[in-house]
Every structure is written in C-alpha cells, then in structure tokens.
Design a binder for this molecule. Structure first.
Ligand code: AMP
Ligand code: MG
Length: 421
C-alpha cells in the first residue's frame, strides 16, 4: 500500500470498489497542495485569476458625502416637521463641481446626483417633492434626516480589507480595484495542467480512420473545460497503450505541470499495467466510484503533480471532470471560496430510472413550461459514450446516492451548465 492508499483506507467505511462520490471528494480535498506563488498583473489582466494578497482600501469610496439624487441639499434642522418650509436658493452643486462656501440657516443648494454635499447640509429633498418659487424652494413636511445622501466610505471604508487572498477576480472585483485607484494587483500564478489521451484505437483529427479506430475527442473536451478554468495548458497528444510510452509521458507531464490529467486506461482490463507504472512513479489509488457514468478513476500524486486518471468514455470524462477535477483544480489554483457548483431543485417532466447506491449524473434540458415555471427533461440516449447527450443538454440531473426511481413531477436536483461547459 502507498501512503495515499493507507490514509484513504483509514476513512470510515472506505471501499475503493464502491466509493461514494462525497467520500472521493473528501480524499481528494485532503491531498491538495495549492499554488502559493504570486505575480503582479495589470488590473484588467486579473480577470478570472485568483487574488494573491488581501486588498486593503487606502481611500474612502466615495471620498466625500454626496447626493444620491437630483434635488435640494438642506439642513434638516431648518425643516418644519408639520408644515411647508421656505428655503432660499444659495447656489448649485454638480458631480465633479461642488458648491463653494457653507450653507447658512434657511438656505438650500441645488444638487445633482453624485455632487459633493455642501458644507452644513445633511439631507437631500428630491426635486419631485419640492416646488421652486422665484429664488426660493418650498419643502413639504415628512422629510427624514440624512435621506438621499451617500456617506463617505460607505462603499469601501479606508483601512478595511476589501478583498481577500484566494478570492476569484470577476468583473465586480475589477471595478472595485479600479475604484480604489489601483492599476496593478497581485494574483496567484496560473496553474499548469498537462493532459493526454491513451489508447491504441485513437486517431487524431485530420487523419483518415483505419478500421476499429475512433477519433480522439476527449482531448478536445478536456481542452475546453481546462481553458474555461483559466489553466495554462500542456496538450501532450495521444499516448499508445504501451508501458514505456505511458511511463515516459507521465514522467514528462509531472515534471512540467502542477496537475496531470489522462483519459482512458483505468478500466479493469487496462488498469493493471497503468497501476504498475503509477506505483513506480508516485502514489495513486484506483477507485471504482459509486456513480454513473464514470465509475473507474485513478487519483494521486506523481512527483509534485496531482494526478487524475479519468475513464475513456467521452461522457464519463466530462462527468468525472465536473464531479471531481474542476473543484480540485480551482482549489489547487489557490481559490479558498466555496467551490461547489450551484444546484437547485425543479420538477422532472417524465419518470426516470435510477438504482439506489450510486450517484447518477443524467443529462437534462432545463426549460420553462407554458406557465413560466422551470422544469427539466432528459436528453436522449444516456450511454456514457454518447457525447451528443452532453451537447443537447444544458444541465446535469444529479440523482443522489440513496435515491431510487423518480416519478413524473417529482423534484430533482439540477446543475446548470451555463458558464461551465
Ligand atoms: P478505456 O477507458 O480506455 O477502456 O476506454 C473506454 C471507451 O472510451 C472505449 O470505447 C474507447 O475507445 C473510448 N475512448 C477512450 N479514449 C478516448 C478518446 N480520447 N476519445 C474518444 N473516445 C475514447
Ligand atoms: Mg483505452
């Protein structure tokens, strides 16, 4: 037994021949060593990256109290709570061009949205509520102190940790960083991922197919899924089912990447020589996961690289990738936020067959019915080699481990593909 097998086997009820999905995730999570190196990049280039350091606000955003509406800046103390108040217009303030001087008793200033609050004013009466009469403004009763005024630092206060290391940088974070006046930011270096397909039957695109051959499609789905995660990719092509070639490819991959992903070669008939090679190169466990599709999978470490040996079937590659690899690679990239895919429950249109004792990832189409309510139906052939079932789908229907057959109209868990696949 290698160290990984020993640790995994200490888990309560660990059975490598029928490992529940959640347990496999648990073992994987406890074995990851995330990237810690940082690099500085221009703010725009940080999109999709992982923050390398906490970002502390060096300014107040907004920098000054300002008006949230077009209207009149007033001193609340001047207002008659029971009747109309008449105030003298002392001037005006626009966004970027303030009112100079202070507001005296009984005075008001015309303000536009974003204008700095004139000194002495604490409240804004919106223009729709006030009436102008010559050089005076009539304010009705019922105003509230501080209304329609944004406070300095209300978005980001000086000295506050605005963003945490380990957070992903999304469009909102780009804007936040810019609102602090930052031109550069520290992010984790990109994760390097090497991947290749294994199989004597695989032909590369652009070549004619000999009898018995199939085109290598897994490398293309893997390319797409990995590219969407923002990893730096090392595509190593097709490796034949030949021990020397496989060993050399694994060693090269592990020496040049943080993570190594292969497809094929882990099913029962093929696992034996793969197992021997991996036993020599690193610490790897072979699992039969209680799931469908995607039962066989290998996981472990080769040198300093995290290794995933995915099944060969094209749908199984995608399902195991989204079930295990995606989350692991994001964690390896330095992400510290909750990485679980969003899921929610909707009624299923037609009955589904499901065997208790394994998690099934069926492919579904999430759509609205005539009344506008969301519901899901199955795509056609659910065979693990039928990639069309993924292409036609827009979500996984995740049928939980213990669950049995599903009746029409029952609630099922769905995970939308949008932004994912
Ligand atoms: P394996 O896990 O290697 O036994 O492969 C299982 C099935 O997936 C076989 O039908 C293979 O031909 C098919 N397969 C394996 N690798 C690929 C690939 N890269 N592209 C398309 N099909 C594949
Ligand atoms: Mg194979």
């Amino acid at each position: 037994m290698n160290a990984l097998e020993r640790i995994a086997s200490c888990m309560d009820g660990y059975d490598p021949n029928a490992l529940p999905v959640e347990r496999a995730r648990g073992v994987i999570r406890s074995f990851l060593a995330p990237v810690t190196a940082n690099e500085r990049v221009a703010v725009r280039d940080a999109l999709g990256r992982v923050l390398g350091e906490d970002v502390v606000s060096t300014v107040n955003v907004p920098a000054h109290d300002n008006s949230a509406m077009d209207g009149w800046a007033v001193r609340f103390a001047d207002l008659d709570p029971r009747g109309t108040t008449r105030l003298a217009i002392a001037g005006s303030a626009f966004a970027g061009r303030g009112f100079t001087g202070a507001l005296g008793p009984g005075q008001c200033v015309r303000v536009m949205t974003g204008a700095v609050m004139p000194e002495g004013a604490d409240t804004v009466v919106i223009q729709e509520d006030a009436r102008v009469e010559g050089d005076a403004v009539l304010v009705p009763p019922g105003q509230k102190q501080g209304q329609n005024r944004r406070l300095a630092g209300e978005d980001l206060a000086l000295g506050r940790v605005v963003l945490r290391a380990g957070q992903p940088v999304r469009p909102a974070e780009l804007g936040l960083l810019a609102s602090l006046g930052l031109g550069e930011v520290s992010v984790r270096r990109r994760l390097r991922v090497a991947f290749f397909s294994t199989g004597d039957e695989l032909a590369s695109v652009g070549q004619p197919l000999a009898p018995g051959e199939v085109y290598d499609s897994n490398r293309y789905t893997l390319h797409g899924m990995l590219a969407r995660l923002g990893a730096e990719l090392l595509d190593m092509g097709v490796v034949r089912d030949e021990p020397g070639a496989l060993e050399a490819a694994l060693a090269t991959a592990a020496a040049n990447a943080d993570a190594v992903i292969t497809s094929g070669g882990v099913s029962v008939g093929e696992a034996d020589f793969t197992r021997e090679i991996l036993a020599r190169l690193g610490e790897v466990v072979f699992w039969k996961i209680a799931m469908r599709p995607g039962r066989p999978m290998a996981f472990g470490r080769i040198g300093n690289a995290t290794f995933f040996g995915l099944p060969g079937n094209p749908v199984a590659v995608m399902v195991t990738f989204y079930g295990f690899v995606r989350e692991a690679l994001l964690a390896l990239s330095g992400r510290t936020d909750d990485l679980a895919l969003p899921a929610f429950r909707v009624p299923c249109e037609a009955p589904l067959r499901k065997r208790p004792g394994r998690t099934e990832f069926q492919r579904g189409v999430l759509a609205r019915d005539a009344s506008g309510a969301w519901r899901v139906r199955l795509t056609g052939n659910q065979g693990s080699g039928v990639l069309r079932s993924m292409s036609e789908a827009n979500c996984f229907i995740v049928l939980e481990h213990e669950r049995g057959d599903v009746a029409a109209g029952e609630l099922v868990t769905v995970q939308p593909f949008e932004g994912l696949v």
